[in-house]
Design a protein around this ligand. Structure first.
Ligand code: ADE
Length: 370
């Protein structure tokens, strides 16, 4: 049976019938559905979550989630109101650089609401049946998390429009002259979309989210607290100044902080250190070419190319991407945001420029571009 989204908007509240879930595909196997030991022990209400190293360190409740104060405030109110009304939470779009906690926040929301969270990412939803399979298997009020939602193809997007707006699936069954449109009611659910590129979302899709929230880079105090919490969970004896040193070098990003912490732990255990101090963190992270402001080899390559090849700019993103053998979308979404945040890089209408602070960090004279 060919299943294609009709995408045709039907009148709101139209009774839906005919196609039954048994006609429809079961959900694709997204990821290894077996929970990791920590998740299983915790009885976490998640499903299809990739077991990752991060899992044991993720906060589970809003109260444990450090930082992102405004986001937490907005979502706490929405969760409380939703629970009181016994409805599904409005659809949520989370955007911002990678590693800031978009997936974690989706899992926290599910936990706060006491529902399951199904996790997938747009590249896994290649065929219409992939998204249809997920939607028809949702239970009332459950969360569906779609990572990299800006990468959804058009057909999947069009299936989502009536699903998000009216909890309805519009399907075209059959082909050619025998093709018919059928509708199926879906339970009320919440779509949580995550993207590093909010500007790449089509406006019809963006407009269907009731809550649109940006995640910001974390400040030093919050990062230090996150590192101390992770060190506690991993049973690493870390001095407060060592946690601060990791915080300084993690690009404002908890995922990187946790990764760096593990590298520091490796060095400490090989060298036989018991308690870890700031000097050991500095030494361990220099070994991994992470400098005292958190720049890594990719950041330095970018700034060096701009300085050596283009006098510090202005120079276009595509030119830089070609010079580095990178893809410009990755450069823009992953490498640039932290350099912009540090004030080492500037976007101008004529292209990217290294700022005096960026020049100075790389040991270049800070006068006019050479
Ligand atoms: N681990 C990763 N991100 C975190 C956060 N925002 N709060 C607490 N622990 C974290």
């Amino acid at each position: 049976m060919a299943i294609v989204s009709s995408g045709s908007p039907a009148p709101r509240g139209r009774p839906s019938r005919e196609a039954s879930p048994s006609d429809l595909p079961s959900p694709p196997r997204l990821v290894d559905p077996a929970p990791g030991p920590e998740e299983a022990a915790a009885g976490r209400l998640t499903d299809g979550v990739p077991a990752s190293r991060e899992d044991g360190l993720r906060p589970r409740r809003l109260a444990d989630y450090i930082g992102q104060g405004e986001l937490k405030q907005v979502l706490a109110i929405a969760v409380e109101a939703t629970r009181a009304r016994q409805e599904a939470l409005d659809h949520v779009l989370l955007y911002g650089p990678p590693g800031l906690g978009k997936t974690t926040m989706a899992l926290v929301l599910a936990e706060e609401l006491g529902v399951r969270c199904r996790i997938t990412s747009a590249p896994a939803l290649e065929r219409p049946r992939d998204i249809v399979g997920l939607l028809v298997n949702l239970q009332p009020h459950e969360l569906l998390f779609i990572d990299e939602i800006h990468r959804l193809n058009r057909v999947a997007e069009e299936i989502l429009y009536p699903a998000m707006e009216d909890f309805r699936l519009d399907l075209t069954v059959g082909k050619g002259t025998t093709a018919r449109t059928r509708s199926l009611d879906l339970p009320p659910f919440t779509l949580v979309g995550a993207t590093t590129r909010a500007g790449s979302l089509s406006s019809p899709l963006r407009d269907r989210f009731g809550l649109i929230q940006r995640l910001e880079f974390y400040g030093l105090d919050d990062l230090q607290a996150i590192v101390e919490r992770a060190a506690g969970l991993l049973q690493i004896a870390l001095e407060p100044d060592a946690a601060l040193e990791v915080a300084r070098r993690c690009r404002g990003t908890p995922r990187i902080a946790n990764r760096l912490l593990r590298r520091v732990r490796d060095v400490a255990s090989v060298r036989g250190h018991g308690r870890i101090g700031a000097a050991l963190v500095a030494e361990a992270l220099s070994l991994h070419r992470v400098d005292d402001r958190g720049l890594d080899a990719s950041d330095r390559r970018l700034l060096t190319l701009m300085l050596e090849g283009y006098g510090g700019g202005p120079v276009g993103l595509d030119t830089l991407a070609a010079g580095l053998g990178e893809d410009s979308a990755t450069l823009e979404a992953v490498v640039e945001p932290y350099l912009l945040q540090l004030g080492f890089l500037q976007r101008t209408p004529r292209g990217r420029m290294v700022t005096p602070a960026g020049r100075s960090h790389l040991g270049w004279p800070t006068g006019a571009a050479a």
